[in-house]
Write a protein that binds this ligand. Sequence first.
Ligand code: PEP
Length: 257
Amino acid sequence: MNDAAETGPAIRPIVIGNWKMNGLAAALAESDAVAAHLREAGASPADAMICPPATLVAAMAARLSGGPVGVGGQDCHPEQAGAHTGDISAAMLADAGASAVIVGHSERRADHGESDALVRAKANAAFAHGLTPIICVGETLDERDGGETLNVVGRQLAGSVPDEAGGAAFIVAYEPVWAIGSGRTPTSAQIEDVHGFMRRQLGARFGAAGEAVQLLYGGSVKPANAAEILALENVNGALVGGASLKASDFLEIIAAA
Ligand code: PEP
């Protein structure tokens, strides 16, 4: 991974699977297989986590408890409880055995009109209930073509990461919207450009804590491109959608870290 002398503290990578709205109970066989393989292999080059749909969080967490694969949620409501039909709170995710939660995924920003302020409130809810927020940012294709990438990412980062994050663990995932599920990925130089920018912004805001934040890349990561992406400067892991659904693909990505 990154050379600590040149790039700050050594940061242990993490590979996180986002199953999105995929997976019935039978899919727990895939997460079981990931855990079994990592357990048998012993020391892993990276931490691993799976964020299944809410319906599977409790069952997956129970099956994987104490093992090498963490379990996270895909979203949470900013409030702890109340009249919010269909929503799930950070407290509920923690109660179900999750240790983290994705907030601000571009699909939620687009499908549910989520603002940076709402994402920040969700991240704060995660902190309040002992969950690590995985805060997602990323530009659309129009924004990239318009030369707006760093402005957009900088604005999302400033607005979505709470001030409270300086004293708690959090993860940031850079996910260009146009790379998600599309088979297209930015060039290595483009990824390093954005990740270096995020590192400087977080370092300026949070000091040593910002230097140590795990910065993940997400968007069409697969076994074939994982090694190249995960070796880039300031890339401390990956958020993986489609390729996390099959244990064998996900394990190859973890091994590439
Ligand atoms: C995601 O949605 O978080 C993602 C990275 O998806 P995919 O890997 O399928 O592009």
